[in-house]
Design a protein around this ligand. Structure first.
Ligand code: MG
Length: 253
């Protein structure tokens, strides 16, 4: 069952989404100033809590931090710590916020200082893949129409999509149905309906699609240790398209 959210519920998720966007904007500034991943985590946790909200990832299946910080070959679920980000790194910041019982979830991958042109291209393609997925969302399309649009952008650019991880419904739980793969043929899965809230999140590898989990039990890395990027938005399905909820202001797309 995919939840259909009321207008009131959607506004509550949007309120959480604004905080997620604010947290990611805060991360951008801290990264520019040379923060460690642990400093990012504590600053963002403080920001979230100062808005009467809580970091949804903390304690989720025992996750030990408020955000995920995934550097270079780390795909997702990197745990913040003492690592100082260095010029040429990329870092994916993933943030989930719960306020008034409703959750929004988004991620961006940032370049730290100067990065090679090929790295910038990976970030651009991943962002464009997310945009292609969002551009496909509207009431009446099949779920895998979105998956297929994402995969098309990624593979046309010569990159690969991570298969083992997917986007998801979100609302009162962090992970709700449906699971949203970032690949596959169009025309399958549930038909999207107005009021469904989805977290769409392509994870794109510069090399092969295979990933593995490190011994910490969380950090997912590329099997070939090449770079990976991740962008995510929480959106609500409307008759006309995707209304992005994880933005600072009016998110009509
Ligand atoms: Mg997510």
């Amino acid at each position: 069952m995919i939840a259909i959210r009321t207008t009131e519920e959607i506004e509550l998720i949007r309120e959480s989404g604004r905080l997620v966007a604010g947290a990611l904007d805060l991360a951008a500034g801290l990264i520019e100033r040379g923060a460690t991943t642990g400093e990012l985590d504590s600053e963002i946790e403080n920001f979230i809590r100062s808005h009467d909200a809580s970091p949804e990832f903390k304690g989720f299946h025992g996750y030990p931090a408020s955000i995920c910080t995934s550097v270079n070959e780390e795909v997702v679920h990197g745990i913040p710590g003492t690592r100082r980000l260095e010029d040429g790194d990329i870092v994916g910041i993933d943030v989930g916020v719960r306020k008034n019982g409703y959750i929004a979830d988004a991620a961006r991958t940032f370049a730290v200082g100067e990065v090679p042109e090929e790295t910038t291209r990976l970030l651009d393609v991943t962002q464009r893949a997310l945009e292609a997925g969002l551009g496909t969302v509207r009431a009446g399309v099949h779920l895998t129409d979105v998956s297929h649009a994402i995969q098309g952008v990624v593979e046309e650019a010569g990159y690969t999509v991570v298969r083992e991880l997917a986007g998801h419904g979100v609302g009162t739980e962090l992970h709700e149905p449906p699971e949203i793969p970032n690949f596959g043929p169009p025309g399958y899965g549930p038909i999207l309906g107005t009021g469904m809230v989805l977290a769409i999140e392509p994870m794109v590898n510069a090399g092969g699609p295979a990933v593995e989990t490190l011994e910490d039990g969380w950090t997912v890395v590329t099997a070939d240790r090449k770079l990976s990027a991740h962008f995510e938005h929480t959106v609500v399905v409307t008759d006309d398209g995707a209304d992005i909820l994880t933005v600072a202001g009016d998110g009509a797309a």
